[in-house]
Design a protein around this ligand. Structure first.
Ligand code: FAD
Ligand code: NAP
Length: 448
Protein backbone atom coordinates (compact mmCIF):
# COMPACT_ATOMS: atom_id res chain seq x y z
CA UNK A 1 0.00 0.00 0.00
CA UNK A 2 1.16 3.52 -0.79
CA UNK A 3 2.53 5.37 2.26
CA UNK A 4 2.12 9.12 2.69
CA UNK A 5 3.88 11.23 5.32
CA UNK A 6 2.45 14.57 6.43
CA UNK A 7 4.87 16.74 8.39
CA UNK A 8 2.98 19.05 10.77
CA UNK A 9 -0.51 18.97 12.26
CA UNK A 10 -1.35 22.67 12.06
CA UNK A 11 -4.28 23.90 9.94
CA UNK A 12 -2.56 22.66 6.74
CA UNK A 13 -1.70 19.19 8.01
CA UNK A 14 -5.17 18.89 9.52
CA UNK A 15 -6.74 19.97 6.23
CA UNK A 16 -4.78 17.15 4.60
CA UNK A 17 -6.01 14.61 7.15
CA UNK A 18 -9.59 15.82 6.61
CA UNK A 19 -9.17 15.50 2.83
CA UNK A 20 -8.17 11.86 3.20
CA UNK A 21 -10.98 11.30 5.72
CA UNK A 22 -13.50 12.72 3.23
CA UNK A 23 -12.30 10.34 0.49
CA UNK A 24 -12.53 7.42 2.90
CA UNK A 25 -16.04 8.43 3.98
CA UNK A 26 -17.03 8.50 0.31
CA UNK A 27 -15.92 4.88 -0.04
CA UNK A 28 -12.43 5.22 -1.53
CA UNK A 29 -9.43 3.23 -0.43
CA UNK A 30 -6.95 5.73 0.94
CA UNK A 31 -3.20 5.27 1.33
CA UNK A 32 -1.58 4.68 4.69
CA UNK A 33 -1.19 8.16 6.16
CA UNK A 34 1.26 9.04 8.94
CA UNK A 35 1.31 12.60 10.27
CA UNK A 36 4.30 13.70 12.36
CA UNK A 37 3.78 16.53 14.83
CA UNK A 38 6.48 17.72 17.16
CA UNK A 39 4.04 19.39 19.57
CA UNK A 40 1.98 17.33 21.99
CA UNK A 41 -1.32 18.41 20.40
CA UNK A 42 -2.60 19.47 17.02
CA UNK A 43 -3.43 23.05 15.99
CA UNK A 44 -0.03 24.40 14.89
CA UNK A 45 0.55 28.08 15.64
CA UNK A 46 -2.86 28.24 17.28
CA UNK A 47 -1.50 26.31 20.30
CA UNK A 48 -0.52 29.12 22.64
CA UNK A 49 2.51 28.51 24.82
CA UNK A 50 4.14 30.71 27.43
CA UNK A 51 7.46 29.24 26.32
CA UNK A 52 9.88 31.08 24.07
CA UNK A 53 13.19 29.83 22.66
CA UNK A 54 13.39 26.12 23.34
CA UNK A 55 10.62 23.74 24.35
CA UNK A 56 10.56 21.10 27.06
CA UNK A 57 12.76 18.75 25.01
CA UNK A 58 15.20 21.29 23.58
CA UNK A 59 13.28 21.70 20.30
CA UNK A 60 12.65 25.21 18.96
CA UNK A 61 9.28 26.56 20.18
CA UNK A 62 6.99 26.65 17.15
CA UNK A 63 4.20 29.06 18.04
CA UNK A 64 4.44 32.78 17.33
CA UNK A 65 1.04 33.54 18.81
CA UNK A 66 0.46 35.64 21.88
CA UNK A 67 -2.01 36.07 24.67
CA UNK A 68 -4.91 38.35 23.70
CA UNK A 69 -4.42 37.63 19.97
CA UNK A 70 -7.70 38.02 18.07
CA UNK A 71 -8.27 37.08 14.46
CA UNK A 72 -7.09 39.89 12.21
CA UNK A 73 -9.41 38.91 9.35
CA UNK A 74 -13.15 38.11 9.32
CA UNK A 75 -13.70 34.50 10.36
CA UNK A 76 -16.16 34.18 7.45
CA UNK A 77 -13.16 34.33 5.07
CA UNK A 78 -11.58 31.22 6.59
CA UNK A 79 -14.69 29.17 7.40
CA UNK A 80 -14.30 25.45 6.62
CA UNK A 81 -16.94 24.66 4.00
CA UNK A 82 -17.34 21.14 5.45
CA UNK A 83 -17.64 22.40 9.03
CA UNK A 84 -19.25 25.86 9.40
CA UNK A 85 -18.87 27.85 12.61
CA UNK A 86 -22.54 27.35 13.42
CA UNK A 87 -22.07 23.58 13.35
CA UNK A 88 -19.23 23.82 15.86
CA UNK A 89 -20.61 26.47 18.24
CA UNK A 90 -24.31 25.72 17.77
CA UNK A 91 -25.12 29.38 17.07
CA UNK A 92 -23.81 32.40 15.18
CA UNK A 93 -20.84 34.15 16.81
CA UNK A 94 -19.19 37.53 16.02
CA UNK A 95 -16.78 37.87 13.12
CA UNK A 96 -13.39 38.41 14.82
CA UNK A 97 -12.79 35.68 17.40
CA UNK A 98 -9.94 35.54 19.89
CA UNK A 99 -7.25 32.89 19.37
CA UNK A 100 -8.78 30.35 21.78
CA UNK A 101 -12.08 30.34 19.90
CA UNK A 102 -10.42 29.67 16.55
CA UNK A 103 -8.17 27.03 18.12
CA UNK A 104 -11.28 25.29 19.46
CA UNK A 105 -12.92 25.43 16.03
CA UNK A 106 -9.83 24.00 14.30
CA UNK A 107 -9.67 21.16 16.83
CA UNK A 108 -13.41 20.50 16.50
CA UNK A 109 -13.15 19.77 12.82
CA UNK A 110 -10.00 17.72 13.29
CA UNK A 111 -11.71 15.60 15.96
CA UNK A 112 -14.66 15.02 13.64
CA UNK A 113 -12.32 13.66 10.95
CA UNK A 114 -11.55 10.64 13.12
CA UNK A 115 -7.92 10.79 11.95
CA UNK A 116 -6.21 11.41 15.31
CA UNK A 117 -4.77 7.90 15.36
CA UNK A 118 -2.77 8.77 12.23
CA UNK A 119 -0.81 11.43 14.12
CA UNK A 120 2.43 10.71 15.95
CA UNK A 121 2.59 13.52 18.46
CA UNK A 122 5.81 14.61 20.15
CA UNK A 123 7.70 13.40 17.08
CA UNK A 124 9.95 15.73 15.13
CA UNK A 125 11.00 15.00 11.57
CA UNK A 126 14.76 15.44 11.55
CA UNK A 127 15.69 14.54 7.98
CA UNK A 128 14.05 13.74 4.66
CA UNK A 129 15.87 12.67 1.51
CA UNK A 130 14.89 11.09 -1.79
CA UNK A 131 16.20 7.60 -2.50
CA UNK A 132 16.26 7.55 -6.30
CA UNK A 133 17.02 3.85 -6.49
CA UNK A 134 14.03 2.77 -4.42
CA UNK A 135 11.92 5.75 -5.59
CA UNK A 136 10.94 6.49 -2.01
CA UNK A 137 11.54 9.19 0.54
CA UNK A 138 13.54 8.25 3.62
CA UNK A 139 12.29 10.01 6.76
CA UNK A 140 14.25 10.11 9.98
CA UNK A 141 12.23 11.06 13.02
CA UNK A 142 12.98 11.71 16.65
CA UNK A 143 10.58 10.97 19.46
CA UNK A 144 11.18 14.01 21.62
CA UNK A 145 10.36 12.47 25.00
CA UNK A 146 12.26 9.20 24.62
CA UNK A 147 14.84 10.44 22.13
CA UNK A 148 14.26 7.36 19.98
CA UNK A 149 15.11 7.66 16.28
CA UNK A 150 13.24 5.92 13.48
CA UNK A 151 13.80 5.67 9.77
CA UNK A 152 10.85 4.99 7.46
CA UNK A 153 10.10 4.91 3.75
CA UNK A 154 7.29 6.87 2.08
CA UNK A 155 5.98 7.26 -1.45
CA UNK A 156 4.89 10.86 -0.91
CA UNK A 157 5.83 13.56 1.58
CA UNK A 158 3.58 16.51 2.34
CA UNK A 159 5.34 19.39 4.09
CA UNK A 160 2.89 21.28 6.30
CA UNK A 161 5.30 22.87 8.75
CA UNK A 162 4.15 26.48 8.26
CA UNK A 163 6.37 29.48 7.58
CA UNK A 164 5.65 31.89 10.39
CA UNK A 165 7.83 30.36 13.06
CA UNK A 166 11.50 31.00 12.32
CA UNK A 167 12.19 34.72 12.86
CA UNK A 168 13.87 36.97 10.32
CA UNK A 169 16.17 39.06 12.51
CA UNK A 170 17.93 41.94 10.70
CA UNK A 171 20.86 43.84 12.18
CA UNK A 172 20.82 47.57 12.86
CA UNK A 173 23.93 49.61 13.64
CA UNK A 174 24.45 49.99 17.37
CA UNK A 175 21.64 47.58 18.27
CA UNK A 176 24.04 45.86 20.66
CA UNK A 177 24.16 49.09 22.70
CA UNK A 178 20.36 49.12 23.16
CA UNK A 179 19.84 48.55 26.87
CA UNK A 180 16.06 48.12 26.80
CA UNK A 181 14.29 44.85 26.13
CA UNK A 182 14.74 43.65 22.55
CA UNK A 183 12.79 40.76 21.05
CA UNK A 184 11.32 39.42 17.81
CA UNK A 185 7.54 39.13 17.35
CA UNK A 186 7.97 35.34 17.52
CA UNK A 187 8.82 35.72 21.23
CA UNK A 188 6.16 38.36 22.01
CA UNK A 189 3.67 36.84 24.44
CA UNK A 190 1.96 39.48 26.55
CA UNK A 191 1.34 43.13 25.70
CA UNK A 192 0.74 43.95 29.38
CA UNK A 193 4.52 43.64 29.90
CA UNK A 194 4.89 46.93 27.99
CA UNK A 195 2.40 49.01 30.00
CA UNK A 196 3.77 52.51 30.64
CA UNK A 197 6.68 52.02 28.22
CA UNK A 198 7.85 53.73 25.05
CA UNK A 199 7.90 50.91 22.50
CA UNK A 200 9.61 50.81 19.10
CA UNK A 201 8.15 48.34 16.60
CA UNK A 202 10.16 47.59 13.43
CA UNK A 203 8.12 46.51 10.39
CA UNK A 204 5.03 47.58 8.49
CA UNK A 205 2.95 44.47 8.03
CA UNK A 206 0.41 42.46 10.05
CA UNK A 207 2.62 41.68 13.06
CA UNK A 208 3.78 45.28 13.35
CA UNK A 209 0.21 46.55 13.05
CA UNK A 210 -1.26 44.12 15.55
CA UNK A 211 1.53 44.07 18.14
CA UNK A 212 1.68 47.87 18.09
CA UNK A 213 -2.10 48.01 18.62
CA UNK A 214 -1.91 45.40 21.39
CA UNK A 215 0.74 47.44 23.20
CA UNK A 216 -1.46 50.51 22.87
CA UNK A 217 -4.52 48.59 24.10
CA UNK A 218 -2.65 47.33 27.16
CA UNK A 219 -1.35 50.77 28.16
CA UNK A 220 2.00 51.44 26.47
CA UNK A 221 2.94 55.10 26.92
CA UNK A 222 3.79 55.42 23.23
CA UNK A 223 4.30 53.15 20.25
CA UNK A 224 6.45 54.13 17.28
CA UNK A 225 6.45 51.96 14.16
CA UNK A 226 9.36 52.20 11.75
CA UNK A 227 9.07 51.10 8.12
CA UNK A 228 11.52 50.10 5.39
CA UNK A 229 9.41 50.29 2.22
CA UNK A 230 6.26 52.20 3.07
CA UNK A 231 4.20 53.31 6.06
CA UNK A 232 1.01 51.43 6.89
CA UNK A 233 -0.65 54.83 6.91
CA UNK A 234 -3.60 54.10 9.18
CA UNK A 235 -5.17 56.78 11.37
CA UNK A 236 -3.34 55.79 14.55
CA UNK A 237 -4.35 56.87 18.04
CA UNK A 238 -2.48 59.95 19.34
CA UNK A 239 0.22 58.01 21.18
CA UNK A 240 1.18 56.00 18.08
CA UNK A 241 3.22 57.15 15.10
CA UNK A 242 5.12 55.84 12.07
CA UNK A 243 8.62 56.89 11.02
CA UNK A 244 11.00 55.93 8.20
CA UNK A 245 13.44 53.15 9.04
CA UNK A 246 15.64 53.32 12.12
CA UNK A 247 19.26 53.82 10.99
CA UNK A 248 21.15 53.24 14.24
CA UNK A 249 20.84 52.88 17.97
CA UNK A 250 22.83 54.76 20.54
CA UNK A 251 21.95 53.15 23.84
CA UNK A 252 18.20 53.59 24.25
CA UNK A 253 18.00 56.24 21.55
CA UNK A 254 16.90 55.24 18.05
CA UNK A 255 17.85 57.50 15.13
CA UNK A 256 15.49 57.46 12.16
CA UNK A 257 16.02 58.13 8.45
CA UNK A 258 14.11 61.41 8.62
CA UNK A 259 16.66 62.80 11.10
CA UNK A 260 14.43 62.42 14.16
CA UNK A 261 15.36 60.39 17.23
CA UNK A 262 13.61 59.07 20.31
CA UNK A 263 14.40 57.10 23.46
CA UNK A 264 12.69 53.70 23.92
CA UNK A 265 12.25 51.14 26.69
CA UNK A 266 11.57 48.24 24.36
CA UNK A 267 12.24 47.17 20.78
CA UNK A 268 10.03 44.61 19.01
CA UNK A 269 11.24 43.35 15.65
CA UNK A 270 8.15 42.58 13.58
CA UNK A 271 10.35 41.80 10.61
CA UNK A 272 8.69 38.63 9.42
CA UNK A 273 9.74 35.02 9.17
CA UNK A 274 11.92 32.70 7.10
CA UNK A 275 10.77 29.76 5.02
CA UNK A 276 13.16 27.39 6.74
CA UNK A 277 13.31 23.64 6.17
CA UNK A 278 16.41 22.35 7.96
CA UNK A 279 14.94 18.84 7.97
CA UNK A 280 14.91 18.53 4.17
CA UNK A 281 17.89 17.64 2.02
CA UNK A 282 18.84 20.68 -0.01
CA UNK A 283 17.49 19.28 -3.31
CA UNK A 284 14.02 19.13 -1.75
CA UNK A 285 14.01 22.57 -0.14
CA UNK A 286 11.70 25.33 -1.26
CA UNK A 287 13.57 28.63 -1.49
CA UNK A 288 11.18 31.57 -1.33
CA UNK A 289 10.25 34.70 0.55
CA UNK A 290 6.76 35.48 1.84
CA UNK A 291 4.86 35.96 -1.42
CA UNK A 292 1.50 35.09 -2.94
CA UNK A 293 2.89 32.63 -5.52
CA UNK A 294 6.16 30.98 -4.48
CA UNK A 295 7.90 29.85 -7.68
CA UNK A 296 8.72 26.14 -7.93
CA UNK A 297 5.28 24.95 -6.81
CA UNK A 298 2.84 23.76 -9.47
CA UNK A 299 -0.72 24.76 -8.50
CA UNK A 300 1.00 26.35 -5.50
CA UNK A 301 1.68 22.94 -3.94
CA UNK A 302 3.49 20.34 -6.09
CA UNK A 303 7.28 20.66 -5.91
CA UNK A 304 8.40 21.08 -9.50
CA UNK A 305 11.76 19.29 -9.07
CA UNK A 306 10.17 16.22 -7.47
CA UNK A 307 6.39 16.05 -7.82
CA UNK A 308 6.15 13.34 -5.16
CA UNK A 309 6.86 16.13 -2.68
CA UNK A 310 4.06 18.54 -1.80
CA UNK A 311 4.13 21.77 0.17
CA UNK A 312 0.98 23.20 1.75
CA UNK A 313 0.32 26.77 2.85
CA UNK A 314 3.62 28.28 1.71
CA UNK A 315 1.92 31.38 0.28
CA UNK A 316 1.54 34.77 1.92
CA UNK A 317 -1.97 34.59 3.22
CA UNK A 318 -5.16 36.57 2.81
CA UNK A 319 -7.03 33.28 2.61
CA UNK A 320 -5.94 30.76 5.21
CA UNK A 321 -7.95 27.68 6.24
CA UNK A 322 -10.06 27.47 3.07
CA UNK A 323 -7.03 27.91 0.85
CA UNK A 324 -5.22 25.22 2.83
CA UNK A 325 -8.22 22.93 2.35
CA UNK A 326 -8.38 23.55 -1.40
CA UNK A 327 -4.67 22.71 -1.57
CA UNK A 328 -5.07 19.61 0.60
CA UNK A 329 -7.98 18.29 -1.46
CA UNK A 330 -5.93 18.83 -4.63
CA UNK A 331 -2.81 17.22 -3.08
CA UNK A 332 -4.88 14.22 -2.01
CA UNK A 333 -6.13 13.72 -5.57
CA UNK A 334 -2.60 13.96 -6.97
CA UNK A 335 -1.27 11.48 -4.40
CA UNK A 336 -4.17 9.08 -5.00
CA UNK A 337 -3.67 9.25 -8.76
CA UNK A 338 -7.10 10.81 -9.34
CA UNK A 339 -5.48 13.89 -10.87
CA UNK A 340 -2.71 13.49 -13.42
CA UNK A 341 0.07 16.05 -13.50
CA UNK A 342 1.02 17.56 -16.88
CA UNK A 343 4.52 17.46 -18.38
CA UNK A 344 7.38 19.27 -16.64
CA UNK A 345 7.32 21.94 -19.36
CA UNK A 346 3.59 22.52 -18.92
CA UNK A 347 3.99 22.79 -15.15
CA UNK A 348 6.83 25.31 -15.54
CA UNK A 349 4.73 27.37 -17.96
CA UNK A 350 1.76 27.39 -15.61
CA UNK A 351 3.92 28.47 -12.64
CA UNK A 352 5.54 31.22 -14.73
CA UNK A 353 2.19 32.67 -15.73
CA UNK A 354 0.98 32.89 -12.11
CA UNK A 355 4.29 34.38 -10.94
CA UNK A 356 4.19 37.01 -13.71
CA UNK A 357 0.65 37.89 -12.75
CA UNK A 358 1.61 38.18 -9.08
CA UNK A 359 4.52 40.47 -9.90
CA UNK A 360 2.18 42.92 -11.67
CA UNK A 361 -0.16 43.33 -8.67
CA UNK A 362 -0.40 46.89 -7.43
CA UNK A 363 -2.47 46.97 -4.27
CA UNK A 364 -4.15 44.77 -1.64
CA UNK A 365 -7.42 44.71 -3.59
CA UNK A 366 -5.69 43.16 -6.61
CA UNK A 367 -3.85 40.78 -4.29
CA UNK A 368 -7.16 39.59 -2.84
CA UNK A 369 -8.55 38.99 -6.35
CA UNK A 370 -5.36 37.12 -7.29
CA UNK A 371 -5.47 34.78 -4.32
CA UNK A 372 -9.21 34.20 -4.82
CA UNK A 373 -8.51 33.26 -8.47
CA UNK A 374 -5.82 30.87 -7.32
CA UNK A 375 -8.31 29.25 -4.94
CA UNK A 376 -10.99 29.06 -7.64
CA UNK A 377 -8.47 27.34 -9.91
CA UNK A 378 -8.04 24.58 -7.32
CA UNK A 379 -11.68 24.44 -6.20
CA UNK A 380 -12.79 23.87 -9.81
CA UNK A 381 -11.04 20.48 -9.92
CA UNK A 382 -11.70 19.08 -6.41
CA UNK A 383 -14.81 17.86 -4.61
CA UNK A 384 -14.47 20.28 -1.66
CA UNK A 385 -17.97 21.45 -0.62
CA UNK A 386 -19.13 24.59 -2.41
CA UNK A 387 -19.04 27.98 -0.68
CA UNK A 388 -19.50 31.53 -1.90
CA UNK A 389 -15.97 32.63 -2.85
CA UNK A 390 -17.28 35.91 -4.32
CA UNK A 391 -18.74 36.80 -0.94
CA UNK A 392 -15.35 36.27 0.74
CA UNK A 393 -13.67 38.52 -1.84
CA UNK A 394 -16.21 41.26 -1.09
CA UNK A 395 -15.70 40.72 2.65
CA UNK A 396 -11.91 41.06 2.40
CA UNK A 397 -12.27 44.28 0.43
CA UNK A 398 -14.77 45.70 2.89
CA UNK A 399 -12.42 44.72 5.72
CA UNK A 400 -9.60 46.70 4.06
CA UNK A 401 -11.91 49.74 3.99
CA UNK A 402 -12.88 49.26 7.63
CA UNK A 403 -9.19 49.25 8.58
CA UNK A 404 -8.62 52.50 6.69
CA UNK A 405 -11.68 54.06 8.39
CA UNK A 406 -10.59 53.13 11.93
CA UNK A 407 -7.78 50.73 12.63
CA UNK A 408 -8.85 50.32 16.26
CA UNK A 409 -12.45 49.41 15.37
CA UNK A 410 -12.32 47.14 12.31
CA UNK A 411 -12.87 44.10 14.53
CA UNK A 412 -16.21 45.51 15.65
CA UNK A 413 -17.88 44.76 12.31
CA UNK A 414 -20.00 41.80 11.22
CA UNK A 415 -19.84 39.70 8.04
CA UNK A 416 -22.03 37.11 6.32
CA UNK A 417 -21.08 33.44 6.20
CA UNK A 418 -20.18 32.13 2.72
CA UNK A 419 -21.31 28.68 3.88
CA UNK A 420 -24.60 29.23 5.72
CA UNK A 421 -25.57 32.76 4.62
CA UNK A 422 -26.05 33.82 8.27
CA UNK A 423 -24.87 37.31 9.21
CA UNK A 424 -22.75 37.33 12.38
CA UNK A 425 -23.95 39.23 15.42
CA UNK A 426 -22.10 42.44 16.29
CA UNK A 427 -19.78 42.04 19.30
CA UNK A 428 -21.32 43.39 22.49
CA UNK A 429 -18.01 44.96 23.55
CA UNK A 430 -15.71 46.87 21.15
CA UNK A 431 -12.35 45.11 20.64
CA UNK A 432 -10.37 48.02 22.06
CA UNK A 433 -12.04 47.68 25.45
CA UNK A 434 -12.61 43.89 25.39
CA UNK A 435 -10.13 42.54 27.95
CA UNK A 436 -11.79 39.16 28.39
CA UNK A 437 -10.84 36.92 25.50
CA UNK A 438 -12.24 33.70 26.98
CA UNK A 439 -14.16 31.35 24.73
CA UNK A 440 -17.20 31.44 27.04
CA UNK A 441 -17.52 35.25 26.96
CA UNK A 442 -16.94 35.49 23.23
CA UNK A 443 -19.30 32.72 22.20
CA UNK A 444 -22.03 34.02 24.50
CA UNK A 445 -21.17 37.54 23.31
CA UNK A 446 -21.17 39.05 26.79
CA UNK A 447 -18.77 41.37 28.55
CA UNK A 448 -17.16 38.96 31.00
C1 FAD B 1 1.15 35.75 15.03
C2 FAD B 1 0.30 35.13 13.96
C3 FAD B 1 -1.04 35.36 13.95
C4 FAD B 1 -1.85 34.80 12.96
N1 FAD B 1 -3.17 35.10 12.98
C5 FAD B 1 -3.96 34.59 12.04
C6 FAD B 1 -5.36 34.90 12.04
O1 FAD B 1 -5.84 35.68 12.87
N2 FAD B 1 -6.15 34.32 11.10
C7 FAD B 1 -5.63 33.47 10.18
O2 FAD B 1 -6.39 32.95 9.38
N3 FAD B 1 -4.31 33.19 10.14
C8 FAD B 1 -3.46 33.74 11.03
N4 FAD B 1 -2.13 33.46 10.99
C9 FAD B 1 -1.60 32.70 9.83
C10 FAD B 1 -1.23 31.24 10.07
O3 FAD B 1 -0.17 31.05 9.17
C11 FAD B 1 -2.33 30.23 9.77
O4 FAD B 1 -3.50 30.52 10.47
C12 FAD B 1 -1.99 28.77 10.07
O5 FAD B 1 -1.60 28.58 11.41
C13 FAD B 1 -0.95 28.16 9.15
O6 FAD B 1 -1.07 26.77 9.26
P1 FAD B 1 0.10 25.76 8.87
O7 FAD B 1 -0.43 24.41 9.16
O8 FAD B 1 0.62 26.08 7.55
O9 FAD B 1 1.30 26.09 9.86
P2 FAD B 1 1.42 26.09 11.43
O10 FAD B 1 0.19 26.55 12.08
O11 FAD B 1 2.68 26.82 11.69
O12 FAD B 1 1.62 24.53 11.80
C14 FAD B 1 2.78 23.81 11.44
C15 FAD B 1 2.92 22.60 12.34
O13 FAD B 1 4.07 21.85 11.93
C16 FAD B 1 4.76 21.36 13.09
N5 FAD B 1 6.15 21.12 12.72
C17 FAD B 1 7.05 22.03 12.27
N6 FAD B 1 8.23 21.43 11.99
C18 FAD B 1 8.07 20.12 12.28
C19 FAD B 1 8.93 18.99 12.19
N7 FAD B 1 10.18 19.08 11.73
N8 FAD B 1 8.46 17.79 12.59
C20 FAD B 1 7.18 17.66 13.06
N9 FAD B 1 6.31 18.70 13.16
C21 FAD B 1 6.76 19.91 12.76
C22 FAD B 1 4.58 22.49 14.10
O14 FAD B 1 4.76 22.05 15.42
C23 FAD B 1 3.14 22.94 13.81
O15 FAD B 1 2.21 22.25 14.61
C24 FAD B 1 -1.28 34.00 11.95
C25 FAD B 1 0.09 33.77 11.96
C26 FAD B 1 0.88 34.33 12.95
C27 FAD B 1 2.36 34.10 12.94
N1 NAP C 1 -4.21 37.62 14.10
C1 NAP C 1 -3.43 38.62 14.11
O1 NAP C 1 -3.83 39.63 14.55
C2 NAP C 1 -2.04 38.57 13.55
C3 NAP C 1 -1.05 39.23 14.21
C4 NAP C 1 0.24 39.17 13.74
C5 NAP C 1 0.55 38.45 12.58
N2 NAP C 1 -0.44 37.82 11.93
C6 NAP C 1 -0.13 37.01 10.72
O2 NAP C 1 1.23 36.65 10.73
C7 NAP C 1 1.71 36.53 9.42
C8 NAP C 1 3.10 37.17 9.31
O3 NAP C 1 3.02 38.59 9.35
P1 NAP C 1 4.34 39.44 9.63
O4 NAP C 1 3.94 40.87 9.69
O5 NAP C 1 5.05 38.85 10.79
O6 NAP C 1 5.28 39.15 8.38
P2 NAP C 1 5.26 39.78 6.91
O7 NAP C 1 3.88 40.04 6.47
O8 NAP C 1 6.12 38.93 6.08
O9 NAP C 1 5.96 41.22 7.06
C9 NAP C 1 7.30 41.38 7.38
C10 NAP C 1 7.59 42.86 7.63
O10 NAP C 1 8.95 42.98 8.07
C11 NAP C 1 9.56 44.01 7.34
N3 NAP C 1 11.00 43.76 7.25
C12 NAP C 1 11.63 42.63 6.87
N4 NAP C 1 12.96 42.80 6.92
C13 NAP C 1 13.18 44.07 7.33
C14 NAP C 1 14.33 44.85 7.56
N5 NAP C 1 15.56 44.36 7.35
N6 NAP C 1 14.18 46.11 8.00
C15 NAP C 1 12.95 46.61 8.18
N7 NAP C 1 11.82 45.95 7.99
C16 NAP C 1 11.93 44.68 7.55
C17 NAP C 1 8.89 43.99 5.98
O11 NAP C 1 9.10 45.22 5.37
P3 NAP C 1 8.93 45.50 3.80
O12 NAP C 1 7.49 45.85 3.67
O13 NAP C 1 9.87 46.62 3.56
O14 NAP C 1 9.33 44.24 3.10
C18 NAP C 1 7.44 43.74 6.40
O15 NAP C 1 6.83 44.96 6.76
C19 NAP C 1 0.63 37.10 8.53
O16 NAP C 1 -0.05 36.05 7.89
C20 NAP C 1 -0.32 37.79 9.48
O17 NAP C 1 -1.66 37.76 9.05
C21 NAP C 1 -1.73 37.88 12.38
Amino acid sequence: MKRVAIIGAGPCGLGQLCAFAAAKAAGSDIPEVVCYEKQSDWGGLWNYTWRTGTGAHGEPVHSSMYRYLWSNGPKECLEFADYPFEEHFGKPIPSFPPRGVLADYIRGRADKSGMRDCVRFGTEVRYVCWDAEREKFVLITDELQSGGNRSELFDNVIVATGHFSVPNVPHFDGIETFTGRALHAHDFRDAAQFTGQDVLVVGASYSAEDIALQCHKYGAKSVTMTYRTGAMGFKWPETMDERPLVQRFDGRVAHFKDGTSKEFNALILCTGYLHHFPFLEDALRLHTGNRLYPPALYKGVVFEKNPRLIYLGMQDQYYTFTMFDAQAWYARDVVMGRTALPSAAAMAEDIASWVAREEALEDPYQEIDFQADYMRDLLAVVDYPKFDVDLTVAAFKEWEHHKIDDITAYRDKAFRSPCTGTTAPLPSVPWLSAMDDSLESFVNNVDG
